[in-house]
Design a protein around this ligand. Structure first.
Ligand SMILES: NC(=O)c1ccc[n+]([C@@H]2O[C@H](COP(=O)([O-])OP(=O)(O)OC[C@H]3O[C@@H](n4cnc5c(N)ncnc54)[C@H](OP(=O)(O)O)[C@@H]3O)[C@@H](O)[C@H]2O)c1
Length: 280
């Protein structure tokens, strides 16, 4: 099976490439910005047509949530029109499309975890453009949308690195305590994506590690697992932080459909975080 991965140098894409490398019967085909910028639809179509994959996992996206808010046109060009080019190419080579999406398609007002068929209602441009991308992906034959949340990874910028950097400089850090979600390791998500591909899942699935926390609780866990003491993590509200893009207060996703498919849930988020930090 030939599996092309867009955003192959990013958090999820990189984890997926590492997982697929050397796997029997799988040829992993990286598609990075260098091969095809999502802003250039013709280049995207050309690369995927040439690779002739059986499956395309579309991980690439403009993921900087606040930047999407301040540059709406670019966010639309990358997350919506870029996805349209990927979907066109997927149709052209009769491949299956797996689209990685986000809890930010929801507004967070639900009292409980979001099910895959709950109606999206994004609060920000990033969530809106990702939802539009979802609809494009679902309009391909056998298309699958995998929504995840609060991803952390060994690669690139992440909340984990930000917390460690702040704690190295300050004895008091401020973290939002009115948003609840589930941190998820890109490595565990990559393994789940492969399960979905092997089982030929289609439609929408929610996949996160297990458990939940606020950003403040998450930050405290990072410091505790690193053995860092003497840093106070003060609670603040989302309004006090004052970011350009609004975020949902409740980002919890109901993963039971994925658990039924895979036969088991992903491990707890703090266990995954512990292993990731040991190898960072
Ligand atoms: N991060 C989260 O918390 C989170 C949560 C839920 C869902 N998701 C979704 O999961 C997917 C993967 O996210 P991630 O955390 O792995 O993000 P990431 O580390 O930011 O990776 C995104 C990738 O997209 C690529 N990319 C961005 N703009 C591009 C363009 N114009 N042309 C080609 N490639 C471009 C980036 O390339 P460069 O390396 O060259 O910049 C990068 O490799 C995304 O679709 C995201 O929406 C993320």
């Amino acid at each position: 099976m030939r599996i092309a991965v867009t955003g192959a140098a990013g958090g999820v894409g990189g984890s997926l490439m590492a997982l697929l490398a050397g796997r029997d019967g799988v040829e992993a085909l990286p598609v990075t910005r260098k091969e095809a910028d999502l802003a250039d639809g013709a280049a995207v179509r050309d690369v995927i047509s040439r690779l002739k994959p059986d499956v395309v996992v579309h991980c690439a996206a403009m993921t900087a949530v606040d930047q999407c808010e301040t540059d709406k046109d670019l966010a639309r060009r990358i997350n919506v029109e870029g996805t349209r080019a990927v979907a066109d190419a997927v149709r052209g080579v009769k491949a299956r499309l797996v689209y990685i999406s986000t809890d930010y398609v929801f507004d967070g007002a639900k009292n409980g975890p979001y099910a895959p068929d709950d109606p999206p209602h994004p609060l920000n441009v990033y969530g809106l453009t990702k939802w539009e991308g979802e609809k494009i992906a679902l309009d391909t034959s056998g298309g699958l949308v995998v929504r995840s949340s609060w991803l952390f990874s060994r690669r690139g910028k992440s909340f984990v690195r930000t917390v460690l950097e702040l704690a190295a400089r300050q004895s008091e850090i401020k973290m939002v305590n009115d948003q609840t979600g589930t941190p998820t390791w890109s490595k565990d998500l990559a393994a789940a994506i492969l399960v979905c591909i092997e089982k030929k899942a289609s439609g929408i699935l929610h996949v996160t590690n297990t458990g939940e926390c606020t950003w403040r609780e998450y930050a405290k866990k990072i410091l505790a697992l690193r053995g860092i003491s003497g840093v106070t993590v003060m609670p603040i509200t989302s309004d006090e932080l004052g970011r350009p893009a609004r975020r949902p207060k409740n980002s919890r996703l109901d993963c039971s459909a994925y658990v039924a498919l895979a036969g088991q849930p992903l491990r707890r988020w703090d266990e995954a975080l512990k292993e990731m930090l040991e190898t960072l």
